[in-house]
Design a binder for this molecule. Structure first.
Ligand SMILES: C[S@@+](CC[C@H](N)C(=O)[O-])C[C@H]1O[C@@H](n2cnc3c(N)ncnc32)[C@H](O)[C@@H]1O
Length: 315
């Protein structure tokens, strides 16, 4: 039996998130490291859509619901009138994680709606480690990777959309295996169609120029899975091609406001800097651990993770 690598990766990812009851056992994400991450995002949200009349936030792939909880807590405490006006939507296909999110967000149950289809609204679309979950096609020198009876075979690319992507992003080095994420582009198009006016804030690990060795990875128990083709259930991801999101975004009416690494993004936040200063100055138990987690957010993850802010102007 033959299937494309893309189909294989898609099935693997769906299986992982269908069975997944929690994300912490396989990998850490920034919102899980410290609430300071969500507070900084909350501050950005206020800056960007604070004056909208009926604002909404749509979070894609909400994991345990921690980021939503921290953002809503920050807004409720510091900006109660905005908190009163805002609605929070969550789009996530994992049944068990949705349940987990409902538990985390119990105190905000009147504020949050879970949606199966993308809603139409004005406001801000937010995601942390969402686009990296989409499957990619592996393309080398005009050929696409398939798996046939346990073996890798390369067959000529037939899909015109893949050919267009390769040309558009100038992926012409015949020795490189390029990762083509049409699902990322198509999802961005849907988002833009549904967003009447507002912003798309995407945080993820990714690049402008794909690293030579490729980026598809499997994670299980905080380790890299050596054999991607094993029958095990594990998280499979590919770093996000931010150049593609920016380039195709233009077609969908999305202007780039900024693209920077996570460290620079967080250090632009007054709340983040204030919390960090307080933690450093106050000698309280637990502060050293918090500081060490925040250091991870700023240093190793701070470089690897990127933040893209795009704006959709009203038609
Ligand atoms: C890597 S986790 C990140 C969770 C959270 N944003 C965080 O930072 O902790 C990916 C999340 O996206 C969801 N997800 C992955 N692929 C998806 C898809 N195609 N459609 C909807 N949700 C998806 C998963 O269920 C999970 O909640």
């Amino acid at each position: 039996m033959r299937k494309s690598f893309y189909q294989f990766m898609k099935e693997k990812s769906i299986r992982y998130y269908t069975e997944c009851e929690d994300i912490g056992q396989d990998f850490f994400t920034s919102p899980e490291l410290d609430s300071i991450f969500g507070y900084a995002i909350g501050e950005w949200i206020l800056k960007l859509i604070g004056d909208y009349r009926n604002p909404a936030i749509l979070e894609l792939g909400a994991g345990r619901g921690t980021l939503a909880y921290d953002i809503l807590s920050f807004l409720k405490t510091n900006h109660p009138s905005f908190f009163e006006r805002v609605r929070y939507f969550i789009y996530d296909f994992s049944p068990k994680l949705r349940e987990r999110q409902r538990q985390t967000l119990k105190v905000f149950e009147d504020k949050v709606d879970w949606v199966d289809e993308l809603p139409s609204f004005s406001g801000l679309v937010l995601s942390n480690e969402f686009f990296d979950c989409f499957p990619v096609r592996l393309i080398k020198d005009g050929k696409e990777l398939y798996l046939e009876d346990g073996k890798e075979v390369w067959l000529p690319v037939e899909d015109e959309r893949v050919k267009e992507y390769i040309n558009r992003l100038n992926l012409k080095d015949s020795s490189v295996v390029y990762e083509v994420c049409l699902d990322c582009v198509e999802f961005l198009q849907k988002l833009s169609k549904n967003l009447k006016e507002g912003y798309i804030l995407t945080v993820d690990y990714g690049y402008l120029q794909q690293p030579f060795g490729g980026t598809v990875m499997g994670y299980k128990g905080h380790r890299i899975v050596k054999n991607l083709y094993s029958e095990e259930v594990f998280d499979i991801t590919a770093s996000v091609n931010f150049r593609a999101l920016m380039e195709y975004g233009k077609d969908f009416g999305l202007d780039v406001i900024f693209f920077k690494n996570q460290r620079d993004f967080l250090l632009l936040s007054e709340v983040f800097k204030r919390e960090l200063k307080n933690l450093t100055e106050r000698q309280e138990p637990g502060n050293i651990e918090r500081l060490s987690r925040i250091k991870t957010m700023l240093i190793s993850m701070g470089e690897r993770f990127k933040v893209l802010l795009q704006r959709k102007c009203s038609a």
